[in-house]
Design a protein around this ligand. Sequence first.
Ligand code: CA
Length: 391
Amino acid sequence: MAQSGWWLVMRGWKKYEVGRSIILMKKIKFGLDIAVIIFVIIGLSGCLTDNEVSSSVRSEEKFQWKLVTAWPPNLPINHDTVEKFAEDVATMSQGRLKITVYAGGELIPALQTFDAVSQGSVEMGHGAAYYWAGKIPEAQFFSTVPFGMTQNGAWAWIYGGDGLDLWQELYKPFGVVPFPLGNTGIQMGGWFNKKIEKIDDLKGLKMRIPGLGGKVLAKAGGNPVLYDASEVYSALERGVIDATEWVGPLHDVRMGLDRAAKYYYFPGWHEPGTQLELIINEEAWNSLPEDLKVIVKAAAASASLYMFGQSEVLNAEAFNLLKEKQHVEILEFPPQVLSYLSGFTEEVMLEEASNNEKFDKVLKSYQKFRDKRKDFEQVTDRAYKKALEDR
Ligand code: CA
């Protein structure tokens, strides 16, 4: 038996050797093909004009860039997506643009990402526009706004409408060029240590919730606060806050929030599909040859789809596990509460717009796009969802 076993191993090894030889011959042929192509290119370069020659020389320049993120080190999905983006750019550019990724705090504090890119101390950053709301309140439309469009609508506005142009116009005074890179999908409503059955239950509620969502909560009599990711769990667990939102089941359970509060609410009315962003220092961006710019844009768009896919799959898995464990109650916000919050959102939007011309301009573009899409959405997305419910 031992002998026949050995014979089988040898036969396998020979097959492996034959396979390797075929691969080697293919490699040699591929090498010759490349040599012929290079020869033809060199021959053709004699026909190029001076400008064409200089651009082909310039395009061989190598770039070594730094990218800082607004996320804690190894944050699932977010960090993986950015690493994938950097790898894709290196592969597509054949090593001409290499990007090293640094998580929040590794090079600079997470929330200084925008400033670091603006000042040029790093070439690239990854975060979400509502993190810079103190500096550019109107940029929040490019992350997410309460009761706003989901990722489908937001992507349509950004890629198909005037969203991207407006976004780039907003960041221009800061010397920053933004592109979409990733989307979390619709988030969850958050973790509460008491049931929310009517709008008055939000009165006096101390909740970690950022941006416009926080302003809406304040209208309902709540007390919005902001904590860094590293502080959220202990604040809720120790009762310093009564509630918190974070992202979705995967990130929330990893943070341990299911051990700090009993009620998990949905939907995430305040973040219906949060768009993340790639931000690039304008001077660095302008130094890139056109083909590398196209590669960066293509890799960012591809990474957006990758992140959305990862978010939907991993959150669905985490949600199913959470349901199985049955140690928390998963509850829907009552329609009356959502209706009040929607009304407060309109008030907040009007107040912000009346205090800030740029906010007003972006709000108008956003609303115009949403209105334009409304009737069509009624006969597509909404009609289809209804058809599924009615089955
Ligand atoms: Ca959130």
